[in-house]
Write a protein that binds this ligand. Sequence first.
Ligand SMILES: NC(=O)C1=CN([C@@H]2O[C@H](COP(=O)(O)OP(=O)(O)OC[C@H]3O[C@@H](n4cnc5c(N)ncnc54)[C@H](OP(=O)(O)O)[C@@H]3O)[C@@H](O)[C@H]2O)C=CC1
Ligand SMILES: C=C(O[C@H]1[C@H](O)[C@@H](CO)O[C@H](OP(=O)(O)OP(=O)(O)OC[C@H]2O[C@@H](n3ccc(=O)[nH]c3=O)[C@H](O)[C@@H]2O)[C@@H]1NC(C)=O)C(=O)O
Length: 325
Amino acid sequence: MRNPRRPSRAQQRELARRLGPGLHRNVALAGQTSFKIGGPAALLFEATTAEALATAVRVARELDIDYFLLGAGANILIGDRGFAGLVIANRARGVSVRGTFVTAASGALIYPDVIDTAVAHDLSGLEHYVGIPSTVGGALWQNLHFLSPAPARERTMFIGEVLHSADILGADNVRRRVDVDYFEFGYDQSVLHGRDDIVLSATFELEPGHGEALARIMDENLRWRAERHPPLDAEPSAGSIFKKIDGIGAGRLIDEAGLKGFAVGDAQISPRHANIIVNRGAATAAEVCALIMHVQKRVEATTGYWLEPEISFVGGFAPIKRIAA
Ligand SMILES: NC(=O)C1=CN([C@@H]2O[C@H](COP(=O)(O)OP(=O)(O)OC[C@H]3O[C@@H](n4cnc5c(N)ncnc54)[C@H](OP(=O)(O)O)[C@@H]3O)[C@@H](O)[C@H]2O)C=CC1
Ligand SMILES: C=C(O[C@H]1[C@H](O)[C@@H](CO)O[C@H](OP(=O)(O)OP(=O)(O)OC[C@H]2O[C@@H](n3ccc(=O)[nH]c3=O)[C@H](O)[C@@H]2O)[C@@H]1NC(C)=O)C(=O)O
């Protein structure tokens, strides 16, 4: 994304008039991301319903104000200079059940909001994604995935497999209902990457399940994550930093390059998982970027592969100090 522009006074006045309460100025963003990094938002609007979310996006577009839609902030790095435009924080979290269909507002957390509701109704299909920080909108954006249940764990399961339909605000500012095919899901991929559509709510079609079997899958998956990933509460991160290449995990390549534990300031390649950068306390976005560039060069030199970041970079970034190779 290009550096966002600061809205003029006239744009800010009109925005405040049309959005009313819920619009705040100069809001710290670091605490609203899983990385705990990044400067402030010049303007932030809290959307607590799908209607408020649609209105905020529509108004920002009509007033030509740069905006960013913030989900759980689990897959982004916000620059140290923050976001000079409007951040729309998606806090629309309602979830409802009708038969085997679960409908959730796009700001609902996959876990616990949606999974706990589904499991309480003995519905199966979403329990695989337990413990992953993501809103429903973020999950559709990236086609959230996890391994199939133990012991086989023979394939990757995708949230697109259980999506029935979604309500979106199209890039043309028109609300419509679309079915699963609209999203053109792939691995870490959906139509949303290339189109300015906003997911307002999603409906999942699940299967009747059994409480014990669902609980077993959730326990095993939580244990799998706890054994491999640094704990988010103690070691803030944005999950996997780099994409897989030709089915090869970036973690393996970074590990082979001998970079586990390597740090730039407080940004460190997790000693536990080489594809995760952890914030040891006061890491800046500039340090994370310097570390990312260092990893790219070292991995290319040792393996021939060029790693592409999997996370999104949001807002304004201070100049990055290069690390000597
Ligand atoms: N598999 C795993 O173990 C893990 C996976 N993740 C992934 O990280 C993401 C975390 O989601 P979350 O924290 O909520 O997202 P974020 O707040 O991190 O935003 C990430 C991107 O999602 C897009 N987005 C968010 N909400 C919507 C929406 N309602 N409609 C359209 N696009 C939206 C935005 O794209 P844009 O800029 O185009 O508006 C944004 O750039 C998920 O995709 C999840 O799959 C994260 C950690 C671990
Ligand atoms: C954590 C995320 O998603 C995760 C998701 O939770 C799990 C389970 O489905 O599969 C992927 O992780 P992953 O652990 O397979 O990540 P990769 O970095 O690709 O590493 C996998 C490979 O590297 C090896 N590996 C990993 C870490 C390490 O320190 N050393 C090492 O050798 C593993 O043994 C494995 O062979 C997703 N990551 C990506 C980039 O696809 C995320 O998106 O943020």
